[in-house]
Design a protein around this ligand. Structure first.
Ligand code: ATP
Ligand code: MG
Length: 551
């Protein structure tokens, strides 16, 4: 068990345990609606709920809040299970709000029998018009005083399918003049003739979120029901329902601030549009802030957990810089990713004084700080590739890489000097002719001669041809809104580099394995790879490129 820093919710839980509340039990839940894939905001809630259960010897349930049949499906539910497990969490029970439909119906009948709920025959629009505003009280429905018998009969006929969508609804009978609009006789059941991914056509009335959430919590013995701040105004309703029906326990709802990240959108509704309208390649597109997108991008579970730990849990919504998320994965991969060499934009170099048929094996360490990661051999021969950016024909003063007449060090290899620049008809540099100094093997010169630049390279003969996908922010605007987000997409969010050259060791790298390509950043092997042709996603650069871009 790792020691998490404390936060106000942990303090409440610790206090409750000390006071013997709930007999010292701690039960939390993570209650996603299976109407999309999980995103990094959900990860915050997952880490909080599962983390608290872990720390205090409690349990956390995964509960599908599946009460909107039109929007939910099994693909989403499966992806949610996969993502929670990938993040490293285990639920105690796998639960479904739909699994409680019969009991929730029973609680609704109980409220009707107590005169605390009624069938309203206003249309949804009329109900909205009667609701009032923040400054004006609502108006009571003409159906508010229906007798218990009539309500029971109508509710039974709603369930039996005698009415169309929206013809009637069941409302809690609370207070149309309440200062809290959520307490103005909220609808707790509505008619929806729609097939449900689990209950099929068994039901045509479905309970509303506020009615479902609190009762599901109570039925599961949840002690602390953690949700985001927008539900603060719903807490009186949460408590009202639990106070007025016969439930086994009364969980405590505690609200915390949502995570928002800049340069992206997090609402499932907007993510869904990006996916359905094909602005991105799918829910796991590496540019999306979804868990599956981050995973495909190369994020580790630990990096996401560390990020959630670092941003903390407070009582206010915050905007977090994308750089904070990237820092978390950079830190993790710096420690754990093996190093390799790869050239993204290759430029051929011929070493004229190196024997034509010789290939020698040089030794490279897999990690500069972790000897236990071992060493590998990398081939060196007369023809190699270097990075196009590592050569300039007419370099400025502070440029220490290759230029005509200039000597540089090849990482793990020799010093080379550029003797000649070969161009094509268009005047573009297509090849360099160099010489090497055989005395400098391993990167030092016996005469103490110093070179300033050290460059990565790949042996041409057995280089692996690869595709590398380089990502930038998905949006141009730091805070895209639901109104403008489609106009704010960054047209350069994906750059595909073909014919990149990698050292041969990477030919058989496993899907999802992660490497640092020296001087280039961290990369992850994509599922689109095949045996002869790896595809890599750049997870993140070695330094914070976001800060640089902003400057
Ligand atoms: P979205 O608008 O993205 O669909 P949601 O709140 O409707 O989000 P749910 O599936 O209902 O999504 O969320 C499951 C849990 O995750 C809820 O407890 C919710 O409060 C929490 N959650 C969702 N988004 C965030 C976020 N950005 N930050 C923290 N917690 C979040
Ligand atoms: Mg939702």
């Amino acid at each position: 068990m790792s020691i998490e820093s404390t936060n106000f919710i942990r303090q409440i839980v610790a206090r409750d345990i000390a006071a013997g509340k709930n007999d010292g039990r701690v039960v939390t839940r993570f209650p996603p609606e299976p109407n999309g894939y999980l995103h990094i905001g959900h990860a915050k809630s997952i880490c909080l709920n599962f983390g608290i259960a872990d720390s205090y010897g409690g349990a956390c349930n995964l509960r599908f809040d599946d009460t909107n049949p039109e929007k939910e499906n099994i693909e989403y539910a499966d992806s949610i299970k996969r993502d929670v497990q990938w993040l490293g969490h285990e639920w105690r029970n796998l639960c479904y709000a739909s699994g409680y439909f019969e009991r929730l119906h029973g609680f609704a009948v109980e409220l009707i029998e107590k005169g605390m709920a009624y069938v309203d025959s206003l249309t949804p629009e009329e109900i909205r018009e009667h609701r009032g505003t923040l400054t004006e009280p609502g108006r009571e429905s003409p159906f508010r005083d229906r007798g218990v018998g009539e309500n029971l009969d109508l509710f039974a006929r709603m369930r039996a399918g005698e009415f169309g969508d929206g013809e009637h609804s069941l409302r809690a009978r609370i207070d149309m003049a309440s200062g809290n609009i959520n307490m103005r006789d909220p609808v707790i059941y509505r008619i929806r003739h729609a097939s449900h991914w689990r209950s099929g056509d068994k039901w045509c009335i479905y309970p509303m979120y506020d009615f479902t959430q609190c009762l599901s919590d109570a039925l599961e013995g949840v002690t602390h029901s953690l949700c985001t701040l927008e539900f603060e105004d719903h807490r009186p309703l949460y408590d009202w329902v639990l106070d007025n029906v016969d439930v086994p326990c009364h969980p405590q709802q505690i609200e915390f601030g949502r995570l928002n990240l800049n340069y992206t959108v997090m609402s499932k509704r907007l993510l869904n549009r990006l996916v359905q309208e094909r602005y991105v390649a799918g829910w796991d597109d590496p540019r999306l802030p979804t868990i599956s997108g981050l995973r495909r991008r190369g994020f580790t579970p630990a990096s996401i957990r560390n990020f959630c730990e670092r941003i903390g849990v407070t009582k206010s919504d915050g905007m977090v810089e994308m750089g904070v998320l990237e820092h978390a994965v950079r830190e993790d991969l710096d420690n754990d990713a093996e190093r390799r060499m790869g050239v993204l934009r290759p430029l051929k170099v011929i070493i004229d004084n190196y024997p034509a048929n010789r290939i020698e094996e040089l030794v490279a360490r897999n990690h500069p700080k972790r000897p236990e990661f071992g060493e590998r051999s990398i081939p060196f021969s007369r023809e190699i590739y270097i990075e196009r950016d590592d050569f300039m024909e007419d370099p400025p003063k502070k440029y220490f890489r290759l230029a005509p007449g200039r000597e540089v060090r090849l990482r793990y290899g020799y010093y080379i000097t550029c003797r000649e620049v070969i161009k094509n008809e268009a005047g573009e540099v297509v090849e360099l002719r160099c010489t090497y100094d055989p005395e400098t093997k391993g990167g030092t010169s016996p005469d103490g001669r110093k070179v300033k630049g050290t460059m990565h390279w790949v042996c041409a003969e057995n280089a692996v041809d690869a595709e590398v996908r380089v990502y930038d922010r998905l949006f141009q605007s730091a805070n895209p809104t639901s109104e403008n987000f489609l106009n704010q997409l960054n047209p350069h969010s994906l750059e595909v580099l073909r014919h990149c050259k990698l050292e041969p060791d990477l030919a058989n790298a496993a899907i999802e394995s992660r490497y640092q390509l020296e001087r280039q950043g961290y990369f992850c092997i994509d599922a689109d790879s095949d045996a002869l042709h790896p595809v890599l996603n750049r997870t993140v650069t070695l330094r914070d490129s976001w800060a640089k871009q902003a400057a």
